[in-house]
Write a protein that binds this ligand. Structure first.
Ligand SMILES: Nc1ncnc2c1ncn2[C@@H]1O[C@H](COP(=O)(O)OP(=O)(O)OP(=O)(O)O)[C@@H](O)[C@H]1O
Ligand SMILES: [Mg+2]
Length: 364
């Protein structure tokens, strides 16, 4: 990405955006009956409130591919929904393409394309072409222009020859591509993409990721990409905001974020069948290692478990941990020192784990 100046014009800017939800209790007819039986007072306690966005401030530059990385429940979808005017924030506001999300709703909507929950928002009984023609008609584009645009988008998505098949006969990945094509119909300058590769196989994920990259680099779109796949954020995004429990805890380039974890602070040992109490033993014996994580792999499928030591003088304790593992007959397969991922950054910042889900093979 080109060098940017301090006084950049931001295409997406949020100002202390806050949103809370009240947990729904006793839903449905049984809940109704139970509530009536117990004559329960319907009062909202603090513990019933979920803080989905906690005074979020993010600034996304023009043509930037900006990642929003956080675990399940972090607040990513809520932020995307607030920016797209589907949800009204409790506090704060945001400016999209120069328009305020609270006061200039229709201008905001015209400025952006959005993929939320992707394929589920399309008509499965219609063909891909008809879906795109239908949604284009909502933008009141001239028919000839619409036809050309639909063909262009089908071609970008490499689905021109399958455009006359109904979406119910499409694969999940193909439907996701049509969802992205739909968001591009009116050629908006801004795209909000919520987990665009969720549940897709490695081939489709790779195709969609390279299309996202092209949209930012070649077409100059400003893209906010919400994901919980750290490699996706790491490899695609110019900058990443790490979000947890509704709070943005860090914003920077991936490299700068990774530099928060010093080389000597990180050790990762991959092994099969580690003793379940290994974390406790390490924590007991090596007091100056700040965080110890045992991340279970899918060992039957050949993906080993990983023991991570983060913080303090992690590097000094490699041999002690190896000895502990050998004594328990654990098969060690690799040792990694000082090559942090965004997951390590997340663990260091929060003490929690970003995700146990590994995305498929990723090459952009
Ligand atoms: N309509 C709603 N009613 C009640 N709580 C909600 C609602 N929508 C979201 N929440 C809560 O707000 C928090 C943030 O949810 P959100 O969907 O924004 O997270 P997310 O980062 O998108 O997670 P995921 O990775 O699982 O999609 C969660 O605790 C969620 O349960
Ligand atoms: Mg979500």
């Amino acid at each position: 990405m080109a060098h940017r100046e301090e006084n950049d014009v931001y295409t997406i800017q949020t100002f202390n955006l806050a949103k809370r939800f009240t947990k729904k209790k006793h839903k449905g007819i049984f809940g109704f009956l139970r509530r009536n039986q117990r004559k329960e007072k319907v009062k909202t306690k603090n513990s019933d409130v979920v803080v989905a966005l906690d005074h979020v401030n993010v600034n996304v530059r023009s043509s930037e591919l900006f990642g929003l990385l956080g675990p399940n429940g972090a607040g990513k979808t809520t932020l995307v929904k607030c920016l797209s005017t589907i949800l009204i924030p409790d506090k704060g506001t945001a400016v999209i393409n120069g328009f305020d999300i609270l006061k200039q709703t229709s201008m905001v909507r015209a400025s952006l394309g959005m993929v939320i929950g992707g394929e589920r928002t399309l008509y499965w009984k219609l063909t891909a072409r008809d879906n795109l023609m239908y949604f284009a008609s909502l933008y009141k584009m001239p028919r000839k222009e619409t036809k050309d645009r639909v063909e262009e988008l089908l071609s970008i998505m490499q689905l021109s020859d399958r455009g006359d098949e109904r979406l119910e006969d499409y694969s999940t990945g193909m439907r996701q591509k049509i969802a992205i094509a739909r968001s591009l119909l009116h050629d908006p300058p801004i795209l909000l993409l919520d987990e665009p590769t969720l549940g897709l196989d490695p081939t489709f994920s790779r195709q969609i990721r390279s299309q996202i990259k092209e949209l930012a680099e070649k077409q100059g779109k400003t893209i906010l990409l919400a994901t919980h796949y750290m490699e996706e954020a790491d490899q695609l995004c110019d900058r990443v905001a790490v979000i947890n429990n509704g709070k943005v805890i860090a914003i920077d380039t991936s490299d700068n974020l990774k530099a928060l974890v010093k080389e000597t602070e990180l050790v990762e040992i991959a092994c099969y069948n580690p003793p379940p109490d290994i974390k406790m033993h390490i924590e007991k014996r090596l007091k100056d290692v700040k965080i110890v994580k045992l991340i279970h792999g899918d060992e039957k499928k050949g993906s080993p478990s990983r023991i991570k030591l983060i913080g303090g003088n992690a590097e000094k304790h490699i041999s002690a941990v190896m000895d502990m593992l050998r004594q328990k007959n654990t098969r060690i397969c690799s040792l990694n020192i000082g090559a942090p991922t965004l997951e390590d950054v997340f663990i260091k910042l929060t003490g929690a784990k970003l995700t146990e889900t590994e995305p498929g093979e990723l090459r952009v």
